[in-house]
Design a protein around this ligand. Structure first.
Ligand SMILES: Cc1ncc(COP(=O)(O)O)c(C=O)c1O
Length: 438
């Protein structure tokens, strides 16, 4: 009997080995991983020799020293690597252990800066429906993961919520995507006006939403308007690229495609690609000039071994052209998904960018009626695909927190074209089995 306080009640296979995009369990069964370790992390696959060698070397010299006592070459070089390749104006990097800590640090840095400016009333955060920003008390409160939030009702801090972009269901007939983007921006502006601009600290959004709702991106022009609104009211724009950042969308930073630079950019998953836990907060140089140093922080901030892992991962991604490969293989994946599932009777929407693609399922394509959540379609898809030796991430809740099932595909950037074909073949067999049972 396991002594682990597992996060699921179902019994799990025991993973023993990974190689490329393949995982082997203790029974010797091989799985093709179309999810980068489940949640969009392992963009170099499971055993990249260059990273393994660098981690091994660092572990035998200096695995850790607290970042308030010493700086280290890996820490300095990683900050240099990230800032050099960051959107212009993002000039400093603070390191933590993962995405949630990074979001908390981003909010705290914004608040510390507002206090230095004497703007003490800026205590509200505006975030979007359908968002996920982490699993800690604060970040769960900032996001909109309703099933999980219900478990902690009354205990979480809250934010002002505005609509997320969701063209498939919420763009009105006769509306262009520009008009839709403008409507969403106006909603943000109205929310700021209602609360009082002087009380708003930050607006936080995922540039492209992650696995929880299946790769929702914003209409063209939306983020430019958001940038302009935040600037006008002195509100920090924080972009959460924990999932979609560092190459996942086929651009190093997803916000490049939007033509804007946030005040604070948060990255994590692809940073060390699962070789070590780490996240980073990139801030405008001006923020650093104002607050000089961050008053928060954690024991593992700037962890030496994690920094080495992240440094080598980022150099490898850059030197091996893997962002470009994410775009090329992502386009192939998208084309195959459209060919294979575009006319499927239960396909509602196929969407995404680069190496994050999703299919949303509906019980009726004309009415867009989602499946009854009681049918548990998402769980059936995950299991049926696993039975086909395919790991993918299926969830429900995109419509209203409970209804609406989708499957997310987010393979590693090193995936080969024949593996992309294999993913789609296995997905088709899994979906056929899951959908015949609903
Ligand atoms: C967009 C987004 N933000 C924040 C987080 C939280 O990151 P972590 O689980 O590393 O704390 C996640 C994790 O899935 C995420 O997808």
């Amino acid at each position: 009997m396991s002594k682990v306080f597992h996060r699921t009640a179902k019994s799990l296979p025991v993973a023993v080995k990974g190689e490329g995009v393949w995982i082997t369990d203790r029974a010797g069964r091989k799985y093709l991983d179309a999810s980068s370790g489940g949640v969009g992390l392992t963009c170099l696959g499971f055993r990249h020799p260059r990273v393994v060698e660098a981690i091994t070397r660092q572990a035998s010299t200096l695995p850790f020293i607290h970042s308030s006592l010493f700086t280290t070459d890996p820490l300095e070089e990683l900050a240099d690597e990230l800032v050099t390749n960051a959107p212009p104006g993002l000039e400093k990097a603070f390191f933590v252990s993962g995405g949630s800590e990074a979001i908390e640090a981003a909010l705290m840095i914004a608040k510390q800066c507002a206090v230095v400016r004497g703007e003490l009333r800026r205590n509200h955060v505006i975030s979007r429906h359908k968002s996920f920003h982490g699993g800690t008390i604060a970040t769960l409160g900032v996001g909109d993961f309703r099933v999980r939030k219900k478990l902690f009702e009354g205990f979480l801090p809250d934010t002002i919520k505005v609509s997320a972009p969701y063209e498939y269901r919420e763009m009105r007939s006769g509306e262009t995507d520009q008009m839709y983007g403008e409507r969403l921006a106006k909603e943000l502006e109205a929310a700021i006006g209602d609360a009082g601009p002087e009380t708003i600290l930050a607006f936080i959004a995922e540039t492209v939403s992650g696995g929880g709702v299946g790769a929702l991106s914003s209409p063209p022009g939306y983020f430019k308007r958001v940038r302009e609104i935040c600037d006008r009211h002195g509100i920090f724009l924080i972009l959460d690229e924990v999932y979609c950042g560092l190459g996942r969308t086929g651009k190093l930073h997803a916000c490049e495609a939007e033509g804007i630079v946030p005040d604070i950019l948060v990255v994590a998953k692809g940073l060390a690609a699962g070789f070590a836990p780490i996240g980073a907060v990139l801030t405008k140089g001006r923020i650093h000039e104002e607050i000089k140093s961050f008053g928060g922080g954690f024991t593992h901030s700037g962890h030496t071994l994690s920094c080495v892992a992240a440094l080598v991962v980022q150099r490898t991604v850059r030197e091996e052209g893997l962002v470009e490969n994410a775009e090329v293989q992502g386009n192939l994946l998208r084309r195959l998904l459209e060919e294979r599932f575009g006319n499927h009777r239960y396909t509602g929407d196929i969407r995404g960018r680069g190496m994050m693609q999703a299919i949303e399922f509906v019980s009726d394509r004309n009415t867009k009626e989602p499946f009854d959540p009681e049918k548990g379609l998402a769980a059936k898809i995950s299991q049926a695909c696993l039975n086909e030796g395919l790991i993918c991430w299926a969830m429900n809740g995109v419509v209203d927190g409970y209804r609406g099932d989708h499957v997310m595909l987010a393979p590693a950037f090193i995936v080969r074209p024949e593996e992309v074909h294999d993913i789609v073949d296995r997905l088709e067999r899994g979906l056929d089995k899951a959908l015949e049972r609903v």
